[in-house]
Ligand binder design. Structure first.
Ligand code: PLP
Length: 403
């Protein structure tokens, strides 16, 4: 006999669903939307996506795909020209030799990581994660019933080191996830250190996911560095989770990829084929154009992020109680606000973020959401005018707290 809907007391969700949290960065977005609905002019430094429009030539490719009725199912691994374009662009930039069977197109970097973790992790396997890190890493690992083992990178100014990995790795470690450039810290792992980290994983028979969603967003003199540049043997230990979202201002198009050992990619493809099937056929056509046409828009967007960071970081350091290192990549500033908290009587960085939101209409994300209490994450994927106004509201908050 079935239970009538009126007798439900609560939905009998699975243990897996109960273990999974709604994204905490999504909660900030919802709070900001509620304020906007009340007519408050909110300055949003909370978003993790480019403020630029998708370049016209990429949109044009999508329009042509529609006109040509390219609107049917595609192969689960993605259309051939796109897999070829991904392999070609990474091989040309990093001297690798990825072939088509080593590439699976997915619905964004998040799905790349999800599929990769699902295809590797058994219940009880240990997974090393940097703390702080992107909010979805621990959630995805827990979804797969893996154990999260944290590596605290605050002592090394948020740069993951081989020594830290060596100290944390055990025979139970199956996977390490690295993310360079990092969300939320904007830090970049130097190529030598990166190689040493993967060497340790390989020696200990562990695997590595390299989240390279911000790969191209690196500030000079640093150059983009991918796991693709590692020697072949080391590279085979690593699955690259790539994305077009941030590079080409294509967050809504949902195009990402995995590149790695063909056996791991085959498993990723199985997960993909039984869940999403594939990402949108139209987006895939647009992605081919994004990767094969001129990369000038990427250079221009990066230069604009640099211009904003060049203004923002010194300005933040002038706010009493804030200390902020310059970002090395991505589009996030990650200021230390511990002195500001002490001087202003804030018990947590969440309290600072809430005060900024509810009294000064500035959205920032508190560091604790990523595992770093005492920090804030400010996205400068917003206009310089908006960024300047936000900083002046920081000053207002600090002086109001002092009086
Ligand atoms: N990885 C990191 C570190 C991110 O910050 C994000 C998005 O914010 C993603 C992966 C996922 O991006 P997408 O799924 O849009 O490619």
């Amino acid at each position: 006999m079935t239970t009538p809907a009126s007798q439900w007391t609560s939905f009998p969700s699975s243990d897996r669903a109960q273990r999974t949290k709604l994204s905490s960065t999504a909660a900030v977005v919802m709070a900001a939307e509620a304020l906007r609905a009340q007519g408050v002019k909110v300055i949003d430094l909370g978003v993790g996506e480019p403020d630029f429009a998708t370049p016209d030539h990429i949109k044009q490719a999508a329009k042509s795909a529609l006109d040509e009725n390219f609107t049917k199912y595609t192969a689960s691994s993605g259309i051939l020209p796109l897999r070829q374009a991904i392999c070609d662009s990474i091989n040309a930039q990093f001297g690798s030799d990825y072939t088509l069977e080593q590439c699976c197109v997915v619905g964004g970097g998040k799905q790349a990581i999800f599929n990769a973790v699902m295809s590797l992790i058994n219940p009880g396997d240990d997974v090393l994660l940097e703390k702080p890190c992107w909010v979805s890493f621990p959630e995805i690992v827990r979804f797969a019933e893996g154990n999260v083992i944290w590596i605290d990178t605050e002592p090394t100014d948020f740069h993951l080191t081989a020594d830290q990995v060596r100290a944390a790795i055990t025979p139970k470690t199956k996977l390490l996830i690295v993310n360079s450039p990092s969300n939320p810290t904007g830090r970049v792992i130097a190529p030598d250190e990166f190689r040493k980290i993967v060497e340790i994983a390989a020696e200990r028979n562990a695997w590595v996911i390299s989240d390279e969603c911000y790969l191209q967003l690196v500030y000079p003199p640093r150059q983009p560095f991918s796991a693709a540049a590692l020697p072949t043997e080391l590279r085979s230990r690593v699955l690259i989770a790539g994305s077009l979202s941030k590079t080409y201002a294509m967050t809504g198009w949902r195009v990402g990829y995995t590149l790695g050992h063909r056996e791991w990619v085959t498993e990723v493809l199985k997960v993909q084929s039984q869940s999403a099937t594939h990402t949108s056929s139209i987006s895939q056509k647009a992605a081919v154009t994004a990767l094969t046409a001129s990369q000038v828009p990427v250079v221009e967007m990066l230069a604009e992020y640099q211009r904003r960071a060049d203004w923002l970081i010194p300005a933040l350091n002038e706010v009493p109680g804030i200390v902020c290192s310059p970002p090395e990549g991505a589009f996030y500033a990650f200021p230390n606000v511990k002195q500001l908290m002490a001087a202003g009587g804030f018990a947590s960085s969440k309290e600072v973020a809430d005060e900024l939101l509810y009294k000064y209409a500035v959205v920032v994300t508190d560091g604790a959401a990523f595992g770093a209490e005492g920090y804030l994450r400010l996205s400068y994927a917003n206009s310089l005018d908006a960024i300047q106004e936000a900083v002046s509201r920081f000053h207002e908050m600090v002086s109001a707290r002092r009086n």
